[in-house]
Each structure stands twice: as C-alpha cells, then as structure tokens.
Design a protein around this ligand. Sequence first.
Ligand code: 4AD
Ligand code: MG
Length: 454
Amino acid sequence: MRKSLIKSILSAESPSQDVTVCGWIRTRRDGKGVTFLELNDGSCLTNLQCVVDAGTPAAEGLGESSTGSAVRVSGELVPSPGKGQRWEVRAREIFVFGGADPETYPLQKKRHSDEFLRTIAHLRPRTNKYSAAFRIRSRAATAIHSYFQSEGFYQVHCPVLTGSDCEGAGEMFRVTTLPPGEKDLSKDFFNRSCQLTVSGQLEAEALAMGLGRVYSFGTTFRAENSNTPRHAAEFIMVEPEMAFADLDDLQDLAEGLVHSVVGDLLKTCEEDISLFDRFVEKGLVDRLRVIAEEPFARITYREAVSILEKSGRDFVYPASYGVDLQTEHERFLAEEYFGKTTIVTDYPREIKAFYMRANDDGETVAAMDVLVPRIGELIGGSQREERLDVLEHRIIELGQQLSEYDWYLDLRRFGTNPHCGFGLGFERLIMMLTGIGNIRDVIPFPRTPGNLAF
Ligand code: 4AD
Ligand code: MG
C-alpha cells in the first residue's frame, strides 16, 4: 500500500498534488457542504486535518463513518487556512477499512479517567495520552541502547526461567507442568523447582566476566503483593554489569545513563512530553531539565538517616539507622532536601542482598540506590562481593546452601575482580519522563495483584 505517515506529511516542505494517508478518525465535524476529519495514525501526536466536500466521491466513500473508523484518504496536500496547522489534505478519495459503531465504541469523549481506560487496555493506545506514553517508551529504550553501546557495553539476554532466587526475597512465581495436586518436583519438567526470574543479575555477572561490560534489557517478575502505584508483577529491568569497576564507577555510570537518556528524550520526544507537561504534570519539562543536567547529589545511608531525623518531618514510618528507607523518605531527600536526583550509598548489610560487597566497617555494604523526585527509587545496585571466602561466609550466615550457588562461586574461584552493576526499573523511568503517577498506565498490559484481564 503506497502511503505516507502523518508525521512526515506534517513536516512536508512543500505542497503536493497527490498524497495518501491511512489512520483512524479522531473527530468528525460536519459543516455546510463540507466535512472536517481529524486523522491520527499513531506516528505522532498531532492529527492531520482532512477536508471533504459534500457531493464528491470522497464524501460518498466516507459515508457516515465517524470517530474510531479506520480509513484511507487520498488527495491534495495544501497549506491550511485554519489555525494551528500548517497543512491539510483536500480529500479526493476515501476508503473505509473498518467502521466503529458510535453506539458502542467506548472512546467517544475527549477525556476519560485513567481508571476507566485501564478496563479497556486494548483500546487505550488510540488516545493521545497513551499513544504518547508508548512512543516515549519506545524512544527511551532506543536511548538506553545507544548510551550503553557508545560506552562499550554489549547487550546480553538472561534467562526468564530460573532455578535461583537472585534477590533472596522469595517473592517468585513458580513455573510447572505438573498436573494440579501433583507435588513431586522430580516429575516436573526440569526435575526440580523452576521460577520466573526476579533479576538477570547473576547471569549478567557471568557474562561480564567474559565480555567486560554487558547489559541486559529484559522482563522480570515479582510476586510481591504490594499494591502500590510503583510496583508491577511483570516489568522490565535494565541491568548493566561491569568488570574491573567499583562503586564510584557505578555511580558515574548511573548518572551518565540518566543524563543521556533524559537529555535525548527532551529533544526527540518534545511534542509528546509537552502533552504531559500541559495535562499531567505542570512543570514536567523544567523538572526533566534538572534531571538531565544537574550532577546527582551523593550521600551515604548514614547521612541520609541523619538528614531525615533532623528534618522535623512527621513521616508515617520514622527513619532510623538499620531500617530501610521508605518511599516517603526517598522522595523527601530527592524532592525537597536536595531538589534533584540523589544517590544513597553504603546501606547496612542486613537490609541488602547477599551478593553486595562488604565494606571495611563490617556494618555496611557497597550498595547504591538512585532516588528521583516523585518516584523514589529508580535504580538499585551495588559493587559485588568478589572475595570467595567472604561471599561463602555470607551465604552460610544467611542459612543458604553453598551448593545452590556453585556456578556463581566459580566466578570468584577463577579470575575474580572488583565488579559492579545495577538494575533500572524501566517503567519507573517512563513514569519519571511522563509524570504519570501509576505504573499501570505506562505498561500497555499491566500485571498487578488480582489483575490479568488481557
Ligand atoms: O532494587 P532491585 O530489587 O534490584 C535488583 O533486582 C538487582 N538484582 C538489580 C541489579 O543490581 N542488577 O530492582 C531494581 C529496580 C528498582 O530500583 C526499581 O526501579 C525496579 O527495579 N523495580 C520494580 N519496578 C516495578 N515493579 C516492581 N515490582 C519493581 N521492583 C523493582
Ligand atoms: Mg532496590
């Protein structure tokens, strides 16, 4: 089918005798002897206005078709006399691929609530807000790949089916082919238990030990029953892992990545981001500029707790040394105290995962969390424990079997070295880029507790 994308038509340099576009009718206005169509094909936010004169073959082709119908319009591209648009199409011929009954098509109104649109997740990509969010998602992925590739990282693919619980959190989905009631795991597909991965980190570490710098960009799963606006059961994690690098290098990497991605999006997705600035979060663009340009604040967990204790704030959960930071604490630090992205490092070992490198103080580990205004934790990572004896000791201390980690310990037996990595929650990044407050609205088909409708 010979046709142009509306995005390229709208940036045309000169008029054209003959253009063809395909898209969905967003609105139809019937005037005296003329009909105006606003056409959108998803290639960009702006609609293309098509003018249809009554009594022409185009008007006949269009018939009564209205909002939601899929059409092909051919005609002449001319400068638009109307306000707000440079070009319009004077239709010569219209073909309707598929109509949409105005009695039953749910997207008739200009604005619908997020809650309602979640119940029609299969139709919401046809709205301005969701198509813009999903275009931003696409571009953000591209920007992440570009950054890592330019820094010498290789993309790797880590398994989704796994036998190990990376975070030690025990909040995993089980995968089985056993019939209901059958409990003997030796009869299961893998002759053992199998779960959906919570993180590709351990495998990424193995790959980094051969390729030096790697990143995985994959789906991860958490069966935590936390019904918050920031948690999904299925989400995407971006996980770089670097050999021969320490926690300072890791903080630089996180800062470089976030600066580069947000800076890229401000340029490449200006139109879509401005929609969110107008309708979702006033001041979004200014806030993103700060994130893209300002150096990150860097403090230790101990300093963070001391700031929180002295803040005079009445937190729901008071901050105290030894207790993990809550979202309210993270937001206070990034949003109010520093007013910019903040990295907190060196958390107490008890509240962090077994693989994080023990600091010399015997109390803390070389961990880091990157906190951003409005979201809280965007990135979590650490330097990894590269000393075999220290790692073995920690695994035993946590009551785990060394045999379960045999291959992971091999990485310390053969050519071990200081290395580190982090996980960035891709959906939280999209929330940050759009100002959207609920993770359910940045994932096309979100999975949250009790919700698997699509
Ligand atoms: O801090 P987390 O749990 O870190 C890890 O899993 C490490 N193994 C990553 C690594 O070092 N390679 O998760 C990393 C990030 C969080 O900072 C958060 O942005 C996101 O993943 N995240 C979630 N996003 C949406 N829904 C959830 N349930 C999430 N859990 C974590
Ligand atoms: Mg974390």
